[in-house]
Design a protein around this ligand. Structure first.
Ligand code: 0O2
Length: 260
C-alpha cells in the first residue's frame, strides 16, 4: 500500500480514492435524508399550529391525531428497485414522493377536506398531486385523501423544494386501514377471498358510521348557543393568564361597537 518512502503506492491511492468517494456519498445521503426530515418538520409545525389554533379559538379541532414517518434508506432503495427507477439521488427525488409521510386523522369527513384546504392554501405549500380515495374508494374499500405537496427547505447553501405525502382520513378510515395493512402483511399480500369480502363489508360499515357521526355532529352544532355568562369567555387556552380589568374590558368593547 506504500512505497519505500512511505508514500501511498497505486493500491494505496485507489483505496484512499474509494474512501473519499464513500465519504462524499455518505455526506450526500445525509443531506438527502435530512432534507426530508426538515420538510416533514415544517409541515408538522404548520399542522400543529392549525391544531392548537382550532383548539384554543374554536374549542374544537378538526385534527384528532398526527403521526409522521421517514422511509428508511433501505426502504427507499427497495422501492426504487421495485419500480425500476434510476438508482441515483436525483432520480429517486424525482420519482419517490413519499419518503416523508404525514398522517392526519380527523373526526369527520368534512374535516378532512377542511384540513386539505387549509394546508393547500398556504403560500409556501404547493400541491403537486391529489388522490381522493374518499370520493372514490379503492376496490378493497380503502378510503383516505392523499396529497403530495412540495415545501421549500432553507438550508445553508440552497433552497430545496422537498416533497411530503400527507394522508388525511377519519378515525374510522384509519382504524380500517391499520387492520387491513396488518392482514395484508400477515398473508403476504395473498389475502383469502372471504377475508377480502369481510374487509370490504367492514369498510362499508365504517363509511356509514362516518356519515352518521357527521349528521349527529351537525345537529349538535346547530343546538349550541353562546352563553353570555360563560366563565371561560376571557380565558385563553395555551397562553399565560392575563385577566382584563372590567373598566378596560368595557372600553375595549365600546371601541369595537361604537362607530368613530
Ligand atoms: P407505507 O409504508 O404506508 O408508506 P406509490 O406506491 O406510493 O408510488 P401509489 O400506490 O399509487 O403509489 O400511491 P397511493 O395509492 O397514494 O398509496 C400510497 C400509500 O397509501 C401507501 O403507502 C399506504 O400507506 C396507503 N395505501 C394505499 N392503498 C392502501 C390500501 O389498500 N390499504 C392500506 N392499508 N393502505 C393503503 P405504501 O408505500 O404502500 O406503504
Amino acid at each position: 500500500m506504500t512505497d519505500a518512502a512511505g508514500r501511498p503506492d497505486e493500491t494505496g491511492n485507489s483505496a484512499l480514492a474509494s474512501i473519499a468517494a464513500m465519504r462524499e456519498l455518505k455526506l450526500e445521503l445525509t443531506r438527502f435524508m435530512m432534507s426530508y426530515k426538515f420538510a416533514s418538520d415544517e409541515m408538522l409545525t404548520k399542522i400543529n399550529i392549525l391544531k392548537e389554533e382550532f383548539s384554543s379559538i374554536h374549542d374544537y379541532s378538526p385534527i384528532e391525531h398526527v403521526s409522521s414517518r421517514l422511509k428508511s434508506p433501505e426502504g427507499i432503495l427497495q422501492k426504487a428497485i421495485r419500480k425500476g427507477y434510476p438508482l441515483e439521488l436525483d432520480g429517486i427525488r424525482d420519482n419517490i414522493q413519499d419518503i416523508a409521510g404525514i398522517r392526519i386523522t380527523c373526526s369527520f369527513i368534512s374535516d378532512t377536506y377542511r384540513i386539505r384546504d387549509l394546508l393547500a392554501g398556504q403560500r409556501d405549500v404547493t400541491v403537486l398531486h391529489e388522490k381522493d380515495y374518499i370520493r372514490e374508494p379503492k376496490a378493497n374499500g380503502y378510503q383516505s385523501l392523499h396529497l403530495i405537496v412540495a415545501i421549500p427547505v432553507f438550508m445553508s447553501d440552497r433552497v430545496q423544494p422537498v416533497t411530503v405525502e400527507i394522508q388525511i382520513r377519519t378515525i374510522a378510515m384509519d382504524f380500517w386501514a391499520s387492520l387491513e395493512h396488518k392482514i395484508f402483511y400477515k398473508y403476504n399480500g395473498a389475502v383469502p377471498d372471504t377475508l377480502v369480502e369481510d374487509l370490504r363489508q367492514a369498510a362499508d360499515a365504517a363509511s356509514r358510521l362516518d356519515v352518521k357521526m357527521e349528521l349527529l355532529h351537525d345537529q349538535v352544532v346547530a343546538l349550541e348557543s353562546v352563553d353570555p355568562n360563560d366563565a371561560d369567555l376571557f380565558s385563553f387556552d395555551g397562553l399565560p393568564p392575563f385577566p382584563l380589568p372590567k373598566g378596560l374590558l368595557d372600553s375595549f368593547m365600546r371601541g369595537r361597537t361604537e362607530p368613530e
